[in-house]
Design a protein around this ligand. Structure first.
Ligand SMILES: *Cc1c(COP(=O)(O)O)cnc(C)c1O
Length: 386
C-alpha cells in the first residue's frame, strides 16, 4: 500500500471504531461558560480548576510583562533566553513547592521527557504505573531504559518488581493525581519503597497543584511529604491558568536537568509573560482563599449529590470525576445528550483510557457555582437513566 493509502486506511479504521477525535472550536475564553458553534454551554471539560485561565489579575500580569520584556524570550535558556522573570518564577515555585530549587520547562510534556531522559539511561529500570500520562511513557522510551509497568497504584506489585531489579539505577514514575480517574497515587508508600530500593520518585502533579493540599500547594502538601528523592513536576496549564511547567527537587537534581535535560536545553525559553503569569497565579493561590475553597466546595457538592441520586462516581478527592460507561458509543451518546441540554462534558475513549472504560469525564472549577453543579447532576440523572 502507498504511504498515503496507509494513512487513509488508518483514518477509516478510526472512524469505523468510533475513535475519530474532533476538535471543538471555542468562540470565547476558557471558563465555566463557553460558546461553541454559536451555542452557550456550561463547561465541565477544562482543566481550569481555579478559573484562572481568563482571570483579569493574570491578564494584567501578562500585559505588564509584555510591556516590560516583550513577547519572546529569543533564545534557549542556556544561550541567552533565561530572563529575570524566568529566574524569579523558578525561585517562587521552589518556595511554593517547599523544595530547594526549581526549573521552568516549556510544558509538562517537555518536562517529563526531559526528566526521565536525563535521569535514566540504558542501565536504568523505570517503574511506571499502568495509568500514567502519555508523556511519562514517552519519557521512559526516550531514556532507552528498561520499563516495567505495574498495576495501577499496586504498591505490592511495585515492591516485588523493585526487589527483582538488577538495574544500575531505578526510577519510579507516577501521576500524583491520575488524569482520567482523578484518584491519588499512594505517595507515602511509594516514597518508602524508593527509600528502600534507592530509587528516584518522579511525581507528575499536573492535576494536583492548585487543588490538593490544605492551601492548594499540591499533592506533596496533601500528604505532608518532603524528600530528597522526589522529583516533583507541576504544570502551569491547568489550575494555575497559564502555560509551562516547573520541576522542583534537590539542588543537584535541578542542576543536572539544567546540564542534561534536552527538552530544556534545545528549546526556546517560554515567553517571559508565561513566567509572570505563573508568579502571579502562585501569589493568588496564596492570597485569594476563595479559589482553592471554591473548587473544594464544588467537589464536595458533586460527590454528595451524586451519592443521593445514585449516580456512580469513582472515588476521587480531586477535581476530576469520571463516570465510566464502557463502550466508546455509550460515552459519545451520553456526551451528545448532555450537549443537547447545554452541557459540555467530554467523552473520553481509548487510547486515552483502557478499552472498555470509555467514560464521561467531569472536571470542576472554582468558576462553577453550586447551581451549576445542580444543573449538571439533574441532566446526568436524565441522560444516564436510559
Ligand atoms: C496535561 C498533563 C501533562 C502535560 O502538561 P502540558 O503542560 O499540558 O504539556 C502531563 N502530565 C499530566 C498528568 C497531564 O495531565
Amino acid at each position: 500500500m502507498s504511504a498515503a493509502g496507509r494513512l487513509a486506511a488508518g483514518l477509516a479504521a478510526l472512524e469505523r471504531d468510533g475513535l475519530t477525535r474532533v476538535r471543538r472550536t471555542l468562540e470565547t475564553a476558557q471558563g465555566a461558560r463557553v460558546r461553541v458553534a454559536g451555542a452557550q454551554l456550561l463547561n465541565f471539560s477544562s482543566n481550569d480548576y481555579l478559573g484562572l485561565a481568563a482571570d483579569p489579575r493574570l491578564r494584567e500580569a501578562a500585559h505588564r510583562a509584555i510591556d516590560e520584556m516583550g513577547v519572546g524570550a529569543g533564545a534557549s535558556p542556556l544561550v541567552s533566553g533565561h530572563l529575570r522573570l524566568h529566574e524569579e518564577a523558578e525561585r517562587r515555585f521552589a518556595r511554593f513547592a517547599g523544595l530547594p530549587r526549581a526549573i521552568l520547562f516549556g510544558s509538562g510534556y517537555a518536562a517529563n521527557l526531559g526528566i526521565l531522559a536525563a535521569l535514566g539511561d540504558s542501565d536504568t529500570e523505570i517503574f511506571s504505573d499502568e495509568l500514567n500520562h502519555a508523556c511519562l511513557i514517552d519519557g521512559a522510551r526516550l531514556a532507552r531504559a528498561q520499563v516495567t509497568r505495574y498495576r495501577h497504584n499496586d504498591v505490592r506489585a511495585l515492591e516485588s518488581a523493585l526487589a527483582r531489579s538488577s538495574a544500575g539505577s531505578r526510577i519510579v514514575a507516577t501521576d500524583a493525581v491520575f488524569s482520567m480517574d482523578g484518584d491519588l497515587a499512594p505517595v507515602p508508600e511509594l516514597l518508602a519503597l524508593c527509600d528502600r530500593y534507592d530509587a528516584w520518585l518522579v511525581l507528575d502533579d499536573a492535576h494536583g497543584v492548585g487543588v490538593m493540599g490544605g492551601t492548594g500547594h499540591g499533592t506533596l502538601e496533601h500528604f505532608g511529604l518532603r524528600s530528597p528523592r522526589i522529583v516533583y513536576m507541576a504544570t502551569l496549564g491547568k489550575a494555575l491558568g497559564g502555560y509551562g511547567a516547573f520541576v522542583a527537587g534537590e539542588a543537584d537534581v535541578i542542576e543536572w536537568l539544567v546540564q542534561r535535560a534536552r527538552t530544556y536545553i534545545y528549546s526556546t525559553a517560554l515567553p517571559p509573560m508565561a513566567a509572570a503569569v505563573a508568579i502571579r497565579a502562585m501569589d493568588l493561590v496564596d492570597s485569594d482563599f476563595t479559589l482553592v475553597a471554591g473548587v473544594r466546595d464544588r467537589i464536595e457538592e458533586l460527590k454528595s449529590r451524586c451519592a443521593k441520586r445514585g449516580i456512580p462516581l469513582l472515588p476521587s478527592p480531586s477535581a476530576i470525576h469520571p463516570i465510566v460507561l464502557g463502550t466508546p458509543a455509550r460515552a459519545m451518546e451520553a456526551s451528545r445528550a448532555l450537549a443537547a441540554r447545554g452541557l459540555l462534558v467530554p467523552a473520553i475513549r481509548p487510547p486515552s483510557v483502557p478499552p472498555g472504560t470509555s467514560r464521561l469525564r467531569i472536571s470542576l472549577s472554582a468558576a462553577h457555582t453550586a447551581g451549576d453543579v445542580e444543573t449538571l447532576i439533574d441532566s446526568l440523572a436524565e441522560c444516564l437513566r436510559t
